[in-house]
Design a protein around this ligand. Sequence first.
Ligand code: UD1
Length: 423
Amino acid sequence: MDRIVVRGGGPLKGEIAISGAKNACLALMPATLLSDEPLTLTNAPRLSDIRTMSLLLESLGAEISTMQNGKVIAMSSHSAQNHIAKYDIVRKMRASNLVLGPLLARHGHAVVSLPGGCAIGARPMDLHVSALEAMGAQIELRDGYLHAQAPRGLRGAQIALRFASVGATENIVMAASLAKGVTVLSNAAREPEIVDLVECLRRMGAQIEGEGTDTITIQGVDRLHGATHPVIADRIETGTYMLAPAIAGGEVELIGGRMDLLGAFCEKLDACGIDVSETPKGLRVKRRNGRVDAVNVVTEVFPGFPTDLQAQIMAVMCTANGVSFLEERIFENRFMHAPELIRMGARIDVHGGVAKVTGVEKLRGAPVMATDLRASVSLILAALAAEGETVVSRVYHLDRGYERVVDKLRGVGARIERVKEDG
Ligand code: UD1
């Protein structure tokens, strides 16, 4: 298994190109199941999670080819007849559950294994299931699989989510696009990835209004057609690299980065002493003084502070001036990076869903272990500012969600390399 070796110190300078959003692409790809005609995505990120979704769709009978070194994904579900999403693939990634709505809408039945994914909490599927049931589906859990059928087809319904789940919103919007009648989804998730999915579905002929607000109205249509759609920029990758000069110093321009996708995150950066400005090509980010100031963070649904940037801001708070409290409200077990950061000299106390971080002047390099996708990149951020060498193992987590992370950071002067286990 590969490791990533980082020698900390030195400020960063230069440009980093932001990739297409992993989480948007993972929701867009299953939309191919809704149509007989080809769906082509451009600006796709080259990541192992995207390859996992390709394998899953191929196992369902979709034909997939990639061009431009993986940046363009051309999909056709013309002859996709299989409706069983097997555990072997689904267990690798929770987003596999996004085939449930499309399969059910297209075939009237679907058998989907309960998913795996990052070990950051229980992450049940009750919201997906009860919404699809409200649309006329009968769903039962047998042998670890959700067996769903809608013998008379799905029909529009009034659905109010107990929690604004991203995945449930995506599944419902896709299923409702081909249902009979109107679906009104309230307390819908407002994340930019939902807006991107709706824009793509609209290009395919869907009739949807209200994306980006908490009420989405979907008028079902008989069929959807083919389309070509560019994947939105990755706001979590953008936020992560914004934090690189925050912790290591210097100035970085993020090509394709968009402030409007980052909600409360940018306000927090300003409060802790990071200057962010828009440029013709993206965003320029610079630390104002020697050390950032401590800020408190509460993770919330969009446009609140994203849970997917909580580990990374914790790394930055480890060397901030003062004490910060980071409260995780979306997932119940998302502080697995804390013990690893402590190995690097951080002072962190976790009590339930709150981490108290007391800033120290310097972190020190150490051997550390990546535990989930965002946790792993937080260790790399910490390592950029640490004295000495940090060796991060289990980097396959990073490959799931950060395209060419080593190359991108080397491009701005970081001393980072990937080492083969036997190398
Ligand atoms: C998506 C993102 C993930 C991000 C998360 C929250 C993708 C591929 N993944 O995950 O990176 O961290 O949004 O922004 O887009 N829940 C239920 N019942 C359900 C569904 C969810 O209780 O049926 C709970 C979950 O346990 C969790 C919370 O809702 O505590 C948020 O989950 P959700 O918004 O569904 O996240 P995902 O779509 O899985």
